[in-house]
Design a protein around this ligand. Structure first.
Ligand SMILES: [Zn+2]
Length: 585
């Protein structure tokens, strides 16, 4: 445990160091903010790189991507995206290789303007901080302050130029569909600590950096920067916005001293969200002149009024979560989830006054909840589910709450209860059930599953819960629900636990037994508009037990495409059959 703490502390020091080592750079940034450097293009011009002549030499290419980088920094300065980091500290398992030993989770909104700021959705546990860092609790706060992040999003937010860096052209290379020029970037001598050291990939049309891979150097004594692989996506014309950052440290080769061993995924999304949750007043004006023209337009009966009221609460919550950047807009994935819900409903002759809807929570922790007749499943949970029957298991539990009338939540029909800052969403909304309702929902869900088309396939769902129970002790952060009930309590799986007993034995060496998938394998999130879709990539054959990686963090390798490029051909696959494949076979 002591070792583990040191790992975390070391991780924290990384960004503390970044902050401590760049005081001059920060000041320089503050000064240049008031008087923009003449080299920087005006925002409007930055959006139209076509207006510039194509560079003729590699030197001109370097000048161009430096200029484009400044344009990106400027464009993003008015944005407040959501930033999520999920980190797994690793330990070595002789059979499975590095496996999670414990984990950490951070979620916040980042302000990318010059006065960078970060507000957290999740308040760090004070006692945990004290425990980890003794008297230095204030320093801990700095860790996930945006400066730490901003140097992972940009190569160098303040000084990415020829005065501070050497650029050496390496080769041309395709990343996905995009042809790139590859450059090695090294800080010049005497330019200070914490400069970017590594490689950048620059697309060869507008010369935007699309990928950064490396670390920051040199580091001061007693501090340390981690390595990162940072990917950008072309989600709006003219710009490639940072979307994924993978970090990893550790060496498990014989004799290596593992002071730090971890893997972490950082996801950034919600660039299109409004700052501070402020809303455009025009969009809020309702069309008042439309009258209810239904034939029996009259006062609602008491029961109808009760249902209307709950619908209002449900709509309020869904809209608010979407505005906070935590819920995907309605889309393709919902259709798949709804198909599974339908399959259960139809075979159980479930008759509900209102149709059941589903939505995707954009965060990684494994959780589900329902509000009114809307079932919400987290992106992370959809990612790790091995097949459709395990998805049915997850949905059946929430459907049971709906059928049993557990979802009241009518307090949210009062609109004042929606007036809170995005960052305090988790303090203001909650959909946890009491243990008795949880037990009743599990029981009802089992009944419904046994009547459903999934009745003969529940082994996979049970196996999923079995591997979850094996890993639960190490995945406390991943298993901490923020709006709904936890699937496991103190390392023991509680959700639908009955299924574990009837599940087959877990056999790591059986390569066709896939109990749970790694994170990030199923759901693709658009960092700009928060839309989600299912990943279309072909499953890769598993060749050893180490390939299974249930619930684990892996590197990112997005297939890069240009905005507006026709990539619909691959996206028009079936929308309903996609969950049928055992994607890792
Ligand atoms: Zn429940």
């Amino acid at each position: 445990m002591r070792n583990t703490n040191w790992m975390v502390i070391a991780v924290l020091l990384l960004s503390l160091a970044a902050l401590a080592q760049q005081p001059q750079g920060s000041q320089a940034a503050a000064q240049s903010a008031s008087q923009p450097p003449t080299a920087a293009p005006a925002p409007a011009q930055a959006a139209a790189p076509q207006a510039l002549a194509q560079p003729a030499t590699m030197d001109q290419v370097v000048d161009r991507f430096i200029l484009r980088e400044q344009g990106l920094i400027k464009m993003l300065s008015s944005r407040t995206p959501v930033v999520e980091t999920y980190l797994q500290n690793l330990t070595l398992d002789p059979l499975l290789g590095p496996v999670p030993e414990n984990d950490r989770y951070f979620l916040g909104r980042m302000d990318l303007s010059t006065s960078i700021d970060r507000k957290d959705y999740i308040k760090d546990d004070e006692s945990m901080e004290k425990h980890l860092l003794g008297g230095f609790t204030k320093l801990f706060k700095i860790t996930y302050q945006p400066l730490g992040f901003s140097w992972m999003i940009f190569a160098d937010r303040n000084d990415f130029d020829r005065q501070h860096y050497e650029f050496r052209y390496v080769r041309r290379e395709f990343l996905g569909d995009v042809r790139c020029l590859v450059f090695d970037v090294t800080p010049k001598k005497g330019t200070g600590n914490g400069r970017f050291l590594g490689r950048v990939w620059v697309e060869d049309q507008d010369y935007n950096i699309v990928r950064l891979n490396g670390t920051y150097a040199p580091h001061a004594r007693n501090s340390y920067f981690f390595h990162m692989d940072s990917w950008r996506l072309n989600l709006i014309p003219g710009y490639w916005v940072p979307a994924f950052i993978y970090s990893e440290e550790g060496d498990f080769s014989a004799g290596a001293k593992n002071k730090i061993a971890f893997k972490a995924q950082t996801r950034i999304w919600g660039y299109d969200l409004r700052k501070n949750g402020e809303s455009d007043e025009l969009t809020n004006i309702r069309v008042d002149s439309v009258q209810d023209s239904s034939p029996n337009a009259q006062d609602a009966s008491p029961l109808a009024a009760e249902r209307e009221w709950q619908q209002q609460a449900e709509d309020n919550v869904i809209e608010r979560l979407q505005r906070a950047g935590l819920l995907a807009p309605e889309g393709e994935v919902d259709k798949i989830l709804q198909t599974v819900v339908n399959n259960i409903e139809v075979t159980n002759n479930t008759d509900l006054p209102r149709p059941v809807r589903t939505r995707v929570l954009l965060t990684s922790p494994l959780e589900t909840f329902s509000v009114g007749n809307t079932i919400v499943v987290s992106r992370g949970l959809i990612d790790v589910l091995p097949d459709e029957s395990s998805l049915a298991m997850v949905l059946a539990h929430e459907l049971a709450h709906i059928v049993l009338g557990h979802n009241l939540g009518s307090q949210y029909a009062f609109n004042d209860r929606m007036l809170f800052s995005d960052e305090s969403t988790y303090q203001n909304l909650g959909f946890k059930h009491i243990p008795e309702e949880e037990a009743a929902a599990d029981k009802k869900a089992m009944e419904m599953l046994k009547n459903s088309p999934y009745a003969q396939k529940l082994d996979a769902a049970g196996l999923f819960l079995r591997v979850l129970s094996i890993r639960a002790g190490a995945l406390n952060a991943l298993l901490t629900a923020h709006l709904g009930n936890n699937m496991a309590e103190s390392g023991t799986v509680t959700r639908m636990a009955q299924l574990i007993n009837s599940a087959p034995q877990l056999d790591w060496n059986k390569l066709d037994q896939i109990a749970a998938l790694p994170l990030g394998g199923r759901v693709k999130l658009n960092a700009w508009d928060n839309k989600v879709e299912l990943v279309k990539s072909q499953p890769v054959a598993i060749t050893s037990a180490r390939d299974k990686m249930p619930f684990e963090v892996t590197p990112f390798f997005p297939r890069l495409t240009r905005a507006g490029a026709d990539n619909t051909a691959s996206a028009t696959g079936s929308t309903t059959a996609s969950t049928n494949d055992k994607s890792a076979n």
